[in-house]
Design a protein around this ligand. Sequence first.
Ligand code: PMV
Length: 325
Amino acid sequence: MTEGLEPIPAGRLPLSAQAPGKCIVFGEHAVVHGAPELLFAIDLSTQVVVRPAPRWSLNGDPGAAERHPYFRSIIQSPWAGAQPVDVRAVSRIPRGAGLGSSAALSAALTCALSSTTGGIDRPALAQRSFEVERGAQGVGSPGDTSAAVAGGFLTVNGAGVGEPLWTVRDGDRSWRVGRVADPGWVWVVAHTGVPRATGDAVRAVGARLARPDGPALLDEFRRVATEGTEAVAAGDRAAAAKLMDRNQELLREVGVSHPRIEALLEAARPAAEGAKLTGAGAGGSVVALPRPGAETELVRRLARAGGLPFVVRPARHGAALLSAP
Ligand code: PMV
């Protein structure tokens, strides 16, 4: 069994679980259309504590299902169990920042509830967590939820690269998810502070790719993510950085950059080997590969340009039960 991919054992309420957020290095948006993606789980996570309760509630709010689509999506899942629960959720992942806060909540809660109904193996947990997110968002790919379930570096649709982990299905569509080795680099992320809705951005890109030059653009997304994943897997930093810049040009071309993103990328340039938006864009965050030794300068530059920067380290482990509260 691959380390960190052990099944989630059966457990009884009350119990607690956590799952990490993620950072996409190559291929966001294009992955929804079948192109490859490379992403890694980050060392910021969401933790949930689940207790028996007379009715479903989130952080003490029994009306949460009306306001919180991810929570509603969980409650409506056939496997979520007949027993209503109160969920306390605490997250260190900034929300609406493109860093996978909704996927982490979906995976942590799915992990906890699946434990109460007999336990679950990782491929099934990845499938269920994706279905929760898909149910709430309406569109999307299983990269974020797979990173929350598996931890580490992952490829989605990355033919021939890495060790195959599982396939996530949605009707007649499917995405192959595989493991790539962590190259051991330091990454810097900065949040623009501009919130956005993933579903809206995904639909806008879908419309853009339906135009006559869409197939050629998608081919270029595919080339960049394929070569970028190979560069990361080979530890070739200079090549990976150059491809991040090229990926950003493509994301700009399909309309998901934002003046605040461009301002952060411009400010980062002297201290970054490569940089791009990460996640759905239209706001959200950027990710940069600092020039060796320039991490602090990069963080300083991004902060001065109005971003909320921080160093992220890949998280080796995905969703896990914590000891019962
Ligand atoms: O911004 P986020 O964390 O919702 O990331 C979305 C990544 C997309 O490729 C834009 C959508 C998806 O589901 O893959």
